[in-house]
Design a protein around this ligand. Structure first.
Ligand code: ZZB
Length: 257
């Protein structure tokens, strides 16, 4: 599975994560999200972590540190993303819950700064355990953001952290410019707990976007999603905002399992 690792630089730590600042030796710290849809990065409105997942802050070199699961850091250590090949260098450990409310940069995002929010369905066993959120094109993200907006107190977040509306990124003939909200409505998805319908919606959104989508924004506006996808990715990597991150097949919990 070849992901794009998106580097979301920390702008301001949440109070609960503030202590990290003094323990990274002046390194820039990034939450790193694994995505299969780099072309949608213009529409990021926030980022998700699992509140009961343990994350580490890992030194990548002398100037940068990544926040992700230990499992992801270990994979990265075999892909040129560690001071010493195959060796992780963990600076500290932190609970996902403590990261919520941290303000980070969203590379290529039309909303350039976003907040870290909680999501129930983040898997610690896939990608980096950090998920960047694109409610315009990801039904899971739209359903979760809708839950958070309905019950901010329950999720222990500030209303302001979920204030960005879905941002149109691409257009499909069937669902228009907000594919995920349309699908959530059509399949009568009530919340992030409707995992079965969400899996179906995700499948449809992937296919529709990939085969029929046309870019509405960004450097490759007007190109089809199929054409734009590798170009957006290459552009992000070239600008130092992302990197290739591969995951060994047998470690991925596959959808059919
Ligand atoms: C941004 C994005 C925009 C994504 C979109 C999807 C969509 P898959 O297909 O099952 O492999 N993701 C990544 N890591 C995790 C995790 N640990 N737990 C839960 N979700 C995770 O899923 C890959 C996608 O699932 C990734 O791509 C990421 O969300 C999320 F418009 O990144 B994506 C129709 C989907 N649209």
């Amino acid at each position: 599975q070849e992901y794009t690792g998106v580097k979301m630089e920390v702008v301001e730590w949440s109070p609960a994560a503030k202590a990290i600042e003094s323990k990274v030796n002046g390194r820039k710290v990034f939450l790193v999200a694994a995505t299969l849809r780099p072309e949608t990065m213009y529409g990021q409105t926030n980022c998700f972590v699992g509140t009961s997942i343990k994350y580490g802050v890992f030194a990548i070199n002398d100037t940068e540190a990544f926040v992700c699961t230990y499992r992801a850091a270990r994979n990265m250590a075999f892909q040129g993303l560690s001071p010493e090949r195959g060796q992780t260098q963990q600076l500290l450990e932190i609970d996902g819950a403590a990261l919520v409310g941290t303000k980070i940069k969203a590379p290529f995002g039309l909303a350039p700064e976003v907040f870290v929010l909680p999501m129930d369905n983040v898997l610690g066993t896939k990608g980096t355990g950090v998920v960047t959120s694109v409610p315009s094109d990801s039904p899971d993200d739209f359903a979760t953001v809708s839950d958070l907006r309905k019950k901010p107190e329950f999720y222990k977040i500030e209303r302001e952290w979920v204030s960005i509306d879905p941002i149109p990124v691409l257009m499909t003939p069937t669902y228009g410019e907000l594919t995920a909200p349309r699908l959530v409505e059509k399949l009568k998805i009530q919340s992030q707990k409707d995992v079965k319908q969400l899996a179906e919606a995700k499948e449809i959104a992937y296919k529709e976007g990939f085969y029929s989508g046309v870019m509405l924004v960004g450097e490759f506006k007007g190109l089809t999603v199929q054409e734009a996808k590798p170009k957006v990715r290459a552009s992000m990597i070239e600008q130092g905002l992302a990197f290739a991150y591969a995951e060994p097949e047998n470690l991925v919990i596959s959808r059919s399992a």
